[in-house]
Design a binder for this molecule. Sequence first.
Ligand SMILES: Cc1cc2nc3c(=O)[nH]c(=O)nc-3n(C[C@H](O)[C@H](O)[C@H](O)COP(=O)(O)OP(=O)(O)OC[C@H]3O[C@@H](n4cnc5c(N)ncnc54)[C@H](O)[C@@H]3O)c2cc1C
Length: 453
Amino acid sequence: MQKQTAIIGAGIAGLSAAYWLEKKGHTVQVFEKNSQPGGAIITERQDGFLIDLGPNSTLETSEVLKNLVNDLGLAPQRVYANEASNKRYILKNGQLMAVPTSAGAFLKTKLFSFGAKLRLLKEPFIRPTAGDDISLADFVRHRLGQEFLDYAINPFVAGVYAGDPKTLSTAAGFPKLYALEKNYGSLIRGAIGGARERKKRKEVAKDRAKMFSFQNGMQTMTDTLAAKLKTPVLLDATITGLQKQDGKYQLTVEHAGQQHLYTFDSVILCTPTHVLAGLLKNIAPERVAPLADVTYPPVSVVFTGFNAADIGRELDGFGYLIPEKEKREILGSIWSSTIFPGRAPEGKVAFTTFVGGTRQPQNARLPEDELVKLALGELKSIVGINGEPVFVKVKRWERAIPQYKLGYKKIQAIFDELETEHPGLYFAGNYRRGISVGDSVLSAHETVERVEG
Ligand SMILES: Cc1cc2nc3c(=O)[nH]c(=O)nc-3n(C[C@H](O)[C@H](O)[C@H](O)COP(=O)(O)OP(=O)(O)OC[C@H]3O[C@@H](n4cnc5c(N)ncnc54)[C@H](O)[C@@H]3O)c2cc1C
C-alpha cells in the first residue's frame, strides 16, 4: 500500500519535499494556511515592474538545487545575475565603496585602513578559537580584526540574516566558515584546502556560486513545483493540531470555516519554529519551549521604481549594505533592475530596500507612510536621486528569518532527536540547516532521503 504523507507548509521546503516524495511513490497531501503556495517566495507584477517581495534570487550552491530546476523544466526560464552585479557596495562615511574582489583591489580599497589590511594578513598565524561555539562577532574579531567585523561581516549579516553578528552562532549559522578554522586552523589556509574538497563533493562555495532567478521572478519555482504535484496543495488550510495514534499521525485542519481530522503514516513539518512549537505540544511537550523562543525579526521590504533619468549615479552593481556603525535607518538596498532583466519597464529603474531586522525592528513596524518616507530619504541621500518614485510597493514580514543564535546547535539537535524518537515525524525548512532558499531545498532533500517506504 502507498504510504500517506502529510506536509505542513507550502514554502519552498514543503513543496520540494512533496515533489520528491511523490517521485518515491508516496501519496502526499500538502496543507498551506495561505491562499497561495510559496511561503516567503512571492513575486508580483504591477505597472510593468516585476517585484520579488521575499527572496530576490538564490545561489546555485548545490547539484540538488541545480537538478531540481532542470527536472522542473525551468532551465530555459532561469536567468543568471548580470555580470555587473558581482560588484557590491558597502556604505562607509556616507559613501558607497566597492567591496574588493581581487588582491590588487583589496590593497587599494579605502573600505579598510592600512592597519586592518595588515591585521587580515596575520590571520593564518592566529590560534584557533576555543570551545564548540562562539558568536560570529567574537570569531571574526579574533581571526580578522574589529574593522573587518564592522565593515564586512556586520553589513553582510544584515543582508543575509537581517541579523546581528554579536548574537549569531558561528557553528550553526556559518558552519563552513567555522569548519575552516576547526579543520585547517585558519580561514585563509582553509579556503585553499576547502576549494579542493568542494570540488570533490561537487559543491560550489557561496562566494563563487552563480546567483539566479527566473524571467518571471522567484515564484516561478514554487508555482511550478505546486503545479507538478499529483495531489494539489490544500490552500487556506491551517493545521491546528497534531496527535500521535497507534504509530500514525492525526492532523486537525481548519479549512473553509470547518475543522477536519486526517490520518497519515508520516508528517513532514515545514513551518516556522513557533508554529512547530504549537503543533508539537501533545507529542513532545518537553521540547517545545526552545522552538517557541527562536527569534524571527521583522523586515519590511520597500520596492521603489524611479525614472532612470532621475538617478544621480550609475547603478553598476548588486546594490549596497550598511554597517551598523554608519547609524542609518535601512539595512541596505539592492539594484533590482541591474541584477536581472525585466524588473522595470523601459526608462525606469527598480530598488528593493530592506528595513528593520534585529538592528531596528521598530523601523520595520512603522506605519506605511512613515516607512516609505524613511526608506526614500535614505535611498535619495545614499544613491543620489532627484525625482519622486513612480512606483512604490511595501511588504511586511513580521517574522522574516530565523536567527541561528548562540546555542542553536542544540535546537538543530532537537529535530534529529524527534525524528528518531517518533518514527514517521520529519522536519524540513529554513530552520534546519541554513536560511537560504538553496539551504531550504537541501533540507527538504535530506529529509526525503530519510523518509521510509
Ligand atoms: C524578505 C526576505 C528576503 C529573503 N531574501 C533571500 C534571498 O535573496 N535569497 C535566499 O536564498 N533566501 C532569502 N530569504 C530566505 C528564504 O526566502 C527563506 O528562508 C525560505 O524561502 C524559507 O522556505 P521554507 O519553506 O523553509 O519556509 P516558508 O517559506 O516560511 O514556508 C512555510 C510555510 O508554512 C505555512 N504555514 C505556517 N503555519 C502553518 C500552519 N499551521 N498550517 C499550514 N501551513 C502553515 C506558511 O504559510 C508558509 O507558506 C529571504 C527571506 C525573506 C523573508
